[in-house]
Design a protein around this ligand. Structure first.
Ligand code: ACO
Ligand code: KIV
Length: 511
């Protein structure tokens, strides 16, 4: 089994994400977490970019002990001098010097011939070696470089003393097969290449950064570069947590592993997201909020019976507490019952079925069902005595210049129907007057409270009412995604309690 070294560039290439600017203290905090995560190298910045970047590299170099600290530098002496200054106090340091090799970059950006590129690369590595025993050379845009010329540059920098050679797919142009072939070609063509670390660095412009990195590993790369959560220039870099998990989960195939402490992945991802402001998409592999969430009934049933039916990674193995069964309209009875037990309900099958039917109705109105929704729903369905009246429908005509008018349709316990309409001072008042007419009851509304049980625009609204009739005081509670419907339900339930309290016999129970 080979051990692949992990080179983390969250603090350098990751910080090249538009809009991201990480302070020195934040960089130190992330670097210490990366050290815990067990990455081999931490690229702390580009010391020559600004005094702030130089300071950050220096602080990280002072604080981190177990990972090698790296600074990037152009093949320019003044850049390398600044990197040296920043890295002086590091326990283990590496200078990362780069120069583009592809025809596009040579012609348009550097305006250099092939000969000048080789000469400058060798000169830079030779200069760097005066200060550093570890020197990484990156042939920027290696992936679009003529293969013969790339082999020439790689051979020359190894001869000059580079200890790591990195072959980046700077613009994310490669397919896995093509990128792997570059590594195969270099290993065949360049004598002595086996003595240096061979590194890959992939960008995600075509969504293939992780696949390309793994292809490089298959083809002999010994180091993978990337960032936490895949952040970085443009579409970002290879997400290191994905690379590590692919190697771990498919050890059988890759025959390679890393020294990463996988249990630290969740914490690292959350820290990077918080300090960079780069939100992790819900469906992101390994660290997204949905990566271990199951929504559909068939999957939930499978996972409850045996997690490996639908999970190839144990959430605990990457630092999450557990998987999640998200209740929604695709969920089935198994998951619903499991949730009820988790919430402390032990219901008979018939009650579960009743609550499940109500749950499915709610799902059609609401995207995601929270624990509070379930509590409110079960409470509303189960904790209820026999009823004299059931609200079948409520309709409202409302305009800011007209008097609100409500009509209600109630079903009595004996199955008969009563329908009434009324105007009122407001929507709720008109509904309550219509219910009074329909039931023939003379009651006083002593209290009315409205609460949002759950969060979001489609939250459940909960209404409490207190009614008085002579010496009798009763209360009622209604829950619905519509507060007016909740108001009507609460009122009808309170009226039912008046009948109960008066001891009037109910013929069958409407529900
Ligand atoms: C693929 C990558 O991610 S590479 C890393 C990218 N990261 C960054 O660029 C962040 C830090 N960069 C910076 O702060 C600035 O670009 C600096 C300080 C490095 C340089 O700033 P300036 O001197 O103002 O130059 P500017 O950035 O405008 O242009 C880059 C110059 O470096 C040259 N250059 C680019 N790469 C290299 C290299 N590897 N080695 C030597 N020279 C290089 C360019 O050809 C250009 O030279 P020119 O001025 O002769 O045309
Ligand atoms: C400097 C190199 C490694 C780089 O970031 C790239 O080529 O994308």
């Amino acid at each position: 089994m080979r051990t692949i070294e992990i080179f983390d560039t969250t603090l350098r290439d990751g910080e090249q994400s538009p809009g991201v600017n990480i302070s020195t203290n934040e960089k130190v905090e992330i670097a210490l977490q990366l050290e815990k995560l067990g990455v081999t190298r931490i690229e702390a910045g580009f010391a020559a970019a600004s005094p702030g970047d130089q300071k950050s590299v220096a602080e990280v170099a002072k604080r981190v002990k177990n990972s090698t600290i790296v600074s990037l530098a152009r093949s320019v002496k003044s850049d390398m001098d600044k990197a040296y200054e920043a890295l002086r106090h590091a326990q283990n340091a590496c200078l990362h010097v780069f120069l583009a090799t592809s025809p596009i970059h040579r012609e348009h950006k550097l305006r250099m011939s092939k000969e000048q590129v080789v000469e400058k690369a060798v000169e830079a590595v030779t200069y760097a070696k005066k200060y550093f025993s570890e020197v990484q050379f990156s042939a920027e845009d290696a992936a679009r470089t003529e293969i013969d010329f790339l082999a020439e540059v790689v051979a020359a920098v190894i001869k000059a003393g580079a200890t790591t050679v990195n072959l980046p797919d700077t613009v994310g142009y490669m397919t896995p097969l093509q990128y792997g072939n570059i590594f195969r070609e270099m290993r065949e063509r360049v004598p002595g290449i086996e003595r240096v670390r061979l590194s890959c660095h992939c960008h995600d412009d075509l969504g293939m950064a992780v696949a390309n990195s793994l292809a490089a590993v298959e083809a002999g790369a010994t180091q993978v570069e990337g960032t936490i959560n895949g952040i970085g220039e443009r579409a970002g870099n290879a997400a290191l947590e994905e690379v590590a998990l692919a190697l771990e989960t498919r050890k059988d195939f890759y025959q390679a592993t890393t020294k990463m402490q996988l249990k630290e992945i969740a914490r690292t991802s959350q820290l990077v997201s918080r300090l960079t402001g780069m939100i992790v998409p819900g469906n992101k592999a390994v660290v997204g909020a949905n990566a271990f969430a199951h929504e559909s009934g068939i999957h939930q049933d499978g996972v409850l019976k045996e997690a490996t039916t639908y999970e190839i990674i144990r959430p605990e193995s990457v630092g999450f507490k557990s998987n999640k069964l998200v209740l929604g309209k695709h969920s089935g009875r198994h998951a619903f019952k499991e949730k009820l037990v988790e919430l402390g309900y032990h219901l008979e099958q018939e009650e579960v079925d009743t609550a499940f039917a109500a749950f499915k109705e709610l799902c059609d109105k609401k995207k995601e069902i929270s624990d509070d929704d379930i509590l409110a729903l079960v409470d509303a369905k189960m904790v209820r005595g026999a009823e004299m009246y059931r609200l079948e429908s409520v309709q409202l005509s409302y305009g800011n210049l007209s008097v609100p008018t409500a009509s209600v349709r109630l079903v009595r316990a004996d199955g008969s129907v009563c329908e009434e309409a009324a105007c009122g001072n407001g929507s709720v008042d008109s509904i309550y007057k219509a219910i009074d007419r329909a039931t023939g009851e003379d009651v006083t509304l002593a209290d009315y409270k409205i609460l949002s049980v759950t969060q979001g625009q489609d939250a459940l609204g909960e209404v409490f009412v207190r009614l008085q009739q002579g010496d009798l005081t009763v209360s009622g509670r209604g829950v619905s995604t519509d507060v007016l419907e909740a108001s009507a339900i609460a009122y009808v339930r309170a009226i039912n309690k008046i009948f109960e309290r008066r001891g009037e016999v109910l013929v069958g129970a409407a529900n």
